[in-house]
Design a protein around this ligand. Structure first.
Ligand SMILES: Nc1ncnc2c1ncn2[C@@H]1O[C@H](COP(=O)(O)OP(=O)(O)OP(=O)(O)O)[C@@H](O)[C@H]1O
Ligand SMILES: [Mg+2]
Length: 255
């Protein structure tokens, strides 16, 4: 791989280009992670969603596996300097793509709510009473939807080749309620592109014919489930504050 161009990098991945092929290398992991992403991506491809073609998974050594897929000559969906119209168009594109994903029935995929429950149970950042309130909230919100949810839908996971948009990074795909998936996207906007979070939420709700309050109802759960992800301390405290604020408002606590 050493002589290949690096075209991207994640927390535990490195993406190379080899001619018309992109190679997503998973470092320090077992091959089931790559197999899972390949299967999810292939499923999305078979459903006609705009995703790079999957070529296969290779085991390189005990700790490294590679997912080979179509290389997309791309530019980011959102650039640093965009005028208002360009930004609104980019968000609209993102929302349209997300809603296309949600139209697919994903029977047999892991359940989004099971994943949220597991992450909340596992985190060391919350105490038991708070966890138990969050688990009750999941029970209340869960309506057993089996829509395909990407699980990490945000601008960096959309590639633009000059004429077409592509959805990448299918590792977290699952079956669930589109509003929960949208809530995670909203939270990521809030954390990283704050001033566009409201535009995203309004655009999504208009397209999905959803109420903003129904998306935001998932916020404490989605924020709590994100606490163990790779981020700086300031971002984690912000997430924690959001969850605690919800908890105290539930219990009628006075600050
Ligand atoms: N098929 C592809 N063609 C061209 N570039 C790609 C392709 N797949 C990934 N990339 C590049 O690599 C970057 C990271 O890819 P991806 O999101 O799949 O990795 P990741 O490990 O999940 O990263 P993160 O943890 O940051 O989400 C993308 O933003 C893109 O720039
Ligand atoms: Mg990614």
């Amino acid at each position: 791989m050493l002589n290949l161009e690096v075209v991207g990098q994640g927390a535990t991945t490195k993406i190379y280009r080899d001619g018309d092929m992109a190679i997503k290398l998973y470092l320090n992991t077992t091959s089931d992670v790559a197999d899972n992403e390949a299967a999810n991506q292939q499923f999305a491809y078979n459903k006609g969603l705009p995703v790079p073609k999957v070529y296969g998974v290779r085991k390189l050594d005990n700790n490294t596996v590679a997912l080979d897929m179509e290389y997309i000559q791309c530019q980011p969906l959102m650039k640093q300097r965009m005028d208002k119209e360009e930004r609104n168009n980019a968000i609209r594109t993102l929302v349209m793509l997300q809603c296309e994903v949600h139209k697919v029935h994903a029977n047999g995929f892991p359940k989004l709510t099971d994943r949220l429950v597991w992450k909340i149970k596992m985190t060391q950042h919350l105490d038991e009473p708070l966890k138990s309130s969050l688990l009750s909230l999941i029970d209340q919100l869960d309506n057993n939807s089996e829509n395909l949810c990407h699980g990490d839908f945000h601008p960096l996971n959309i590639l633009y080749d000059g004429s077409k948009h592509w959805i990448i990074d299918w590792v977290d795909a699952c079956a669930g309620n589109p509003l929960a998936d949208a809530c995670r996207t909203y939270l990521i906007f809030k954390q990283h592109i704050t001033r566009l979070a409201g535009t995203y939420l309004r655009t999504f709700c208009k397209e999905a014919k959803a109420k903003q309050g129904d998306v935001l109802a998932w916020l404490p759960v989605v924020a709590a489930a994100r606490l163990d992800e790779n981020m700086d301390d300031k971002s984690r405290s912000w997430l924690l504050g959001l969850v605690q604020e919800w908890y105290h408002s539930q219990n009628g606590d006075v600050k």
